[in-house]
Design a protein around this ligand. Structure first.
Ligand SMILES: [Ca+2]
Ligand SMILES: [Ca+2]
Length: 305
């Protein structure tokens, strides 16, 4: 059973987030919505693609959420397994297409799960494990090496959905090891839990950069580029761009409506003296409540004139 698939959209209320303006200097943590792909309490819908090397089970030894996690247990065998590839790719996966309509991930920002590893090796190889997302059509998939997985600890895996080749068409999720990364006879077990899709509940600022970090004192325009995450393309996001020496003293302010990404220009009414300046971008909702805020900086120097 897949609890919550396509049905439960739970809100994760992070304690530091507030729709109201936070105190100056306090970081806001954006609120995320989660859709559970699999809580791994029952793994009967996961297939074992390599029965010689692999055993899969719902296991209680290491659990991140609930009472069980998917245990993907492998004994590396360089002499047998797949007929033509004895040094192959032991794997386990799950077909999403058979389980309902949840193959369109375009409404989400991240694929996330937690992974714990154990092995009889002193440590894991550089690429201990990979995850692949399979799309319709022959051999269409997007694969990610999970280099962050470590022996003896839980690691949080976060993959931006925008990196998938066909995020509107995800038919299968599959985890695999590559036996060529291991020695014959190595044992390596992974516990995988809390596999979810997440999205920002509202737009946040992913990137904010000045087009130039160094300006001359005779210049009158400051340009910044920005990119939003969690922008669903429905309507522009109100924003305020402010330039000043510090958070308390704005030299100039401009209001804007932001798309998913773009460039903003702030025309100075009077020249800036030499020094370091901060640029702050604040996103608000329609009522003016702060959704997110980010800052960057640039320097003004006396020009060659
Ligand atoms: Ca679980
Ligand atoms: Ca093998």
């Amino acid at each position: 059973m897949i609890r919550g698939l396509g049905l439960v959209l739970s809100l994760c209320f992070l304690p530091t987030w507030s729709a109201q303006e936070p105190p100056a200097g306090q970081q806001t943590k954006p609120e995320m919505e989660r859709l559970v792909l699999d809580d791994m309490e029952d793994v009967s819908d996961w297939y074992n693609g390599s029965p010689i090397e692999t055993k899969i089970s719902a296991d209680t030894a290491h659990v991140k959420e609930g009472r069980r996690a998917l245990k993907f247990a492998n004994r590396v065998d360089h002499t047998q397994g797949e007929k033509n590839y004895p040094i192959g790719w032991p794997r386990t996966g799950k077909d999403l297409a058979r389980k309902g309509p949840l193959t369109d991930w375009t409404g989400y920002d991240f694929f996330e799960c937690w992974i714990y590893a154990d092995t009889n090796r002193e440590k894991l190889p550089d690429t201990p494990l990979s995850v692949g997302f399979y799309h319709s059509g022959p051999k269409r998939s997007t694969s990610f090496r999970l280099k962050e997985v470590r022996k003896g600890t839980w690691r949080h895996i976060v993959i931006p959905i925008e990196k998938l080749a066909a995020p509107a068409d995800v038919r299968r999720v599959q985890f695999n090891i590559s036996e060529s990364n291991y020695k014959h006879g190595d044992r390596v077990d992974f516990w995988i839990d809390d596999m979810v899709l997440t999205r920002y509940r509202h737009p946040v600022i992913g990137q904010l950069e000045p087009v130039r970090r160094l300006l001359y004192t005779n210049e009158r325009v400051i340009r910044v580029t920005y990119a939003l995450q969690g922008f669903r393309g429905d309507r522009p996001v109100p924003a305020v761009l402010q330039v000043g020496r510090d958070a308390q003293s704005a030299v100039q302010t401009v209001r804007a409506s932001l798309q998913q990404r773009g460039e903003l220009a702030l025309r100075l009414q009077k020249p800036l003296p030499a020094g370091t300046y901060r640029v702050e971008l604040t996103l608000t909702d329609a009522d003016g409540h702060v959704l997110d805020r980010k800052e960057t900086s640039f320097r003004v120097i006396d020009g060659p004139f």
